[in-house]
Design a protein. Sequence first.
Length: 574
Amino acid sequence: MSDKQTAMRIFKEMATLLELQGANPFKSKAYVKAARELQQHEGQPAEWIASGAIKEMRGFGKSLQEKLNELVETGKISEHEELRSSFPEGLLKILTIPGLGSKKVRVLYEELGIESVEDLEEACQTDKLLSIDGFGKKSQEKILQGIQQIRRYQGRHRLNQALPFAQRLLSDLQEQPDVQQLDLGGSLRRWKETVKDIDFVVATDNPEAVMEFFVNHPLAEHIIAHGSTKSSIMLNNGINVDLRTVTPKQYPYALMHFTGSKEHNTEMRRRAKDRGMKLNEYGLFKGDDLVECESESDIFQELDLNYIPPELREDRTEFEWAVEATHPPLVELSDIKGVFHAHSTYSDGAASLKEMAEATRALGYSYLGITDHSRTAYYAGGLSIEEVLKQHKEIDELNKEWDDFQLFKGIESDILGDGSLDYPDEILEQFDFVIASVHSQFKMSQDEMTARIIKAIEHPATTMVGHPTGRLLLNRDAYPIDIYKVVDAAAANNVIIEINANPYRLDIDWRILEYARDKGMLVSINPDAHSTKGLEDIQYGVGVARKGGLGPDHVFNALDLDTVREKLKTLRSS
Ligand code: DGT
Ligand code: CA
Ligand code: ZN
């Protein structure tokens, strides 16, 4: 199912390897472009080949078509395998260190024989890089910092790398006659923003049969462990999947245990102990006797707690409220009525305005607030004033076509270095709403960055703040910022903060949401879609909102079209 993803990954890797080899830059660029082209198309390589659509794809000449054919037929591209085997494995890992491109890595390899991250670390610590042109004390320090950074991120994966596979496994396992009950466990069930692996818990009276099916699943690239109570497979994107089988009687206890979090479990065990009981993955016991529970709710009840949804099991505040109250319902994907923050071909999106609108409507939403980039973001095709006006005309025309759907005129305005927005006030006033985002000049002190964003929040045209911390998960940390002050300012100025639902961002962080909610601030769950496919990322943002304890009332785009239309007007005039 990830055939397209695999093809993209392999093409990108080929580009990198060709660069390492010092091949003609056009050759490696062709692979980068090919990967990007695949991204733009719906469907899978096998279908494109069968239908001939592949011939129409930009940049896909005979040679690339053959490569894709080979991949579909054999699961490999031989040139890719050859390229890979011509370099030590470790070089690809070195390339993930921020600031180290192919050129530099090649020099390090050729001049100093550096083949692994460990080699590189040692070389930096012993000043070996100083002997090479273009490297100095500063670059050694930066590399060492980069190594620390990748180690911190190592072994974790974004939700979009894990969830689609987990969902496919879940539905395939569900169809197995021997599977009586089944759930995701672990961090994925808790909707953590990144996960180490995928965990499943299965209730069955025939564990051997379930395990046989699991380890032979087509998604399993190889088997790491095959037992009757625990097995592990590795997917072709490097993620491990653990599956545990228990008897139907043990199921609720095992599910609770393997859902975690570890910290949450520790507190649950303490509560059991306080009540003269013992809780573990096999059961809840009074002496040697099992306290029978049919569900997780029963277990919570035995410990004098109301049900705690998995998303909230992080030992933060859940034990405070669960003693007295049931948590109010968390927001669900079906609560979302419309979409803000999407890009079209006017700036750096892949689909036209009309295509984006139709795709949003087809997903059952009743509005789309389109937000292309503003003029300073020239690298992303930011809109000149003329283009803004042209887009507004097109939106007015398109809006005549629907009576159950509306396009709102928005912009993702860069927050300039001094905190001002990217167009004169008389242009800003013509939008239905404005998202203000930082896209450049990240290197500021925390005080400066906080003041910069608060200034943008205080601008009367600003409706929302986009990806407020600028983090890229597993890649770039947030810029220094006092997020609590930003939330305070947003609440005071009736500005909405976005949960950027793109799985690379998931920004604002869920850990801040409880504070934001209690300040009375609204969030908007925004896909930041750059293609029609990107609209589906909203699901990840809903997960984050739930994890932050938000219900539908805290989410701006859970409001229906009429209410949003009115609200946007009042927000604009306040
Ligand atoms: P991850 O995989 O790092 O994204 O996070 P989790 O929470 O999925 O962690 P994982 O896969 O190592 O273990 C799944 C759950 O099993 C974990 O959330 C709680 C439970 N668990 C694992 N090890 C321990 C432990 O040493 N003590 C306790 N109390 N629970 C544990
Ligand atoms: Ca896990
Ligand atoms: Zn942005």
